[in-house]
Design a protein around this ligand. Sequence first.
Ligand code: NCD
Length: 315
Amino acid sequence: MTPKTPIRWRRKDLLGIAELSPEEIGLILDTAESFAEIGERAIKKVPTLRGKTVLNLFFEASTRTRSSFEIAEKRLSADNINFSTSGSALEKGETLIDTALNLQAMAPDLVVIRHAHPGVPHMLAKRIEAGVINAGDGAHEHPTQGLLDLYTIRRRLGNLKGVKVAIIGDIAHSRVARSTAKGLRAMGAQVTFVGPPTLLPPGGLGFATALRPEDVLADTDVIYLLRLQLERGTSTYLPSVGEFIRLYQLDARRLAMAPEHAIVMHPGPMNRGVEIAPDVADLPRAAIEDQVTAGVAVRMALLYLLLGGLQEAVA
Ligand code: NCD
């Protein structure tokens, strides 16, 4: 299985969406389209990355991102090894740099890393020869989530240019909001961050902001909901979770204010009954499961471009 291969792809790492040009984003999404079909086959495996070794290093909790990477790696026949904080030498006092150098000594081709501190994937990318994919660094970036969101919107609405997206909730602590919004802007979509003033980043990071969902819903194509990042201290920025629910939850009444074609998205994990009413999450216009399915195809595309594309293009 060899999709149209890009002579233009020259990156070793994927550290953030902010560094990608619109052409590169378009290439990733087009490559993902050609990989999506493998997930619909009876035998969901191709030999594309046979002989390549991928290390998955998850220093922070993850269910869907980690399993999505693992499935993508397996579908492309790469060998993968999974490390998590518990049970690793970091618990025995080894520094992250020493861990990185030890991992480098095993000659992996690619490292996928999630870490609670912003910038750790960038540090690793400078120190090791292998490619590095950022699977989430603190509240900074989560580029593969951003890319799978763009893919899902393009699939559902047919376009990204001119699409109006309201990202609602805990923007301040969300790496997903940062990556998805930057990717959308690069592709010509219009993003508005919606949330209480204490959960909006300073200056809206250059994006439009609104304080109430009611201010934007009538003119929105995508309603993108975010979980309250309580593990990052969000509760100290809110009078109460109950008030957040009353003012921001997407329930049937608020959804009825949006155009009929508007879709509902969420990166997961969802807190049903908090940012999203339980019944809204299951409506056909909710694209939340589509996002998860898209995640595998988009990660396959990235693995292919980072590990296989260049060599095949050069060969
Ligand atoms: C998000 C994350 O980890 O940043 N989840 C994900 O990767 N799909 C969002 C979250 O934890 O709320």
